[in-house]
Design a protein around this ligand. Structure first.
Ligand code: ADP
Ligand code: MG
Length: 317
């Protein structure tokens, strides 16, 4: 297959009508309409074979996940996704790979009405870069920077499932479906992000482990945080697969959760958690914002627990 045949097949499988696309795939660049009073929200994320996913991962899962991790960033800002670009580097012009990849990508894109409007296709070691674009009312974005001392720290969904799946895969153990789905098919919390706009004081998506990502909120907001270890949301599948200490370590420091961690003033917590639950996204309190600059994890009696390693960092040996 030639480069252009690959692009045509990607284009054919991802067709998504949006009247704010003036010009999509096929020219030198796309033309997109942002409604007045709206801000454009832009993010990009790369998945590299052997770094972000195991060699041999199913192409459909890669297609889904490469878009999902980007939509998760848009969710953390409170944005509504609209468009995406896809830079695909492939070792071979493998039609089966592109077909499977594009189907996975298109399935999630359709769920959120995202139009693929451009990209690049090159030969080289397998690597996928997606750029996602969305919009929100000007000035309404959630950021990492607004957490206030006394705010409640909450998180959506459950934590540690994807990291548990990866650990089991690497040890060639049997992986329960629920954990596998968390690793390969993360659900970006788009609806939750929109509900949190105007209510949450800070928000981040948990991609590098809860403790590390809550640490980013603390740094940006100039505050500290305490997490109650007993409140960490752990799925039944995770609890059945590992002992309590391992579950806690995975929930605190495993990566790839793609849940939202956010802070809310005390008077708003009950209402926002109820609204999230009503939208099908269970979230719960896990701690509080305090003075200082660090994330501390407390046991049932309020004593600090040593944190395992603080999330994933590239370039750190
Ligand atoms: P140029 O040489 O001008 O960069 P290309 O030949 O790389 O253009 O791409 C032709 C068209 O196909 C462009 O509109 C580009 O955005 C689109 N395109 C290329 N690769 C992809 C891809 N993987 N996914 C979506 N669109 C793509
Ligand atoms: Mg090009």
């Amino acid at each position: 297959m030639s480069e252009f045949a690959l692009i045509d097949s990607i284009r054919g499988l991802t067709a998504q009508a949006r009247d704010d696309v003036g010009l999509g795939i096929g020219d030198d660049a796309a033309l997109l309409e942002v409604a007045s009073g709206q801000q454009l929200v832009a993010c990009t994320d790369t998945l590299v074979a052997g770094v972000h996913f195991l060699h041999g991962t199913a192409p459909t899962d890669l297609g889904w996940k490469s878009l999902a991790v980007n939509l998760s960033d848009l969710a953390a800002m409170g944005a509504t996704p609209a468009w995406a670009l896809l830079a695909l580097t492939l070792p071979h012009a493998d039609a089966d790979f592109v077909n499977g990849f594009t189907k996975g990508f298109a399935t999630l894109a359709r769920e959120h009405r995202v139009a693929l409007v451009g990209g690049d296709t090159t030969a080289g070691p397998l690597s996928i870069t997606v750029t996602a674009l969305g919009t929100l009312p000007t000035g309404s974005a959630l950021t990492r920077g607004g957490a206030q001392i006394g705010d409640v720290v909450c998180v959506t969904g459950s934590l540690g499932d994807a990291a548990a799946a990866l650990r089991l895969l690497q040890s060639r153990a049997n992986v329960p479906d629920h954990l596998l789905a968390a690793l390969h098919r993360p659900q970006p919390r788009i609806a939750a992000g929109q509900i949190l706009r105007g209510v949450a004081t800070a928000c981040i998506d948990v991609s590098d482990g809860l403790a590390a990502d809550l640490g980013h909120i603390c740094t940006a907001s100039g505050v500290g945080a305490e997490i109650d270890a007993s409140l960490l949301p752990v799925s039944n599948a995770l609890a059945q697969a590992f002992d309590d200490d391992t579950c806690r370590a995975l929930a605190l420091s495993g990566g790839d959760d793609y849940e939202l961690c956010f802070t809310v003033p005390v008077p708003s917590v009950d209402a926002v958690l109820a609204q999230l639950a009503g939208a099908g996204c269970v979230a719960q309190r896990i701690g509080r914002i305090v003075a200082g600059g660090r994330v501390r994890v407390l046991d049932r009696t309020g004593n600090p627990i040593d944190l395992p390693r603080q999330g994933w960092e590239h370039f750190t040996p």
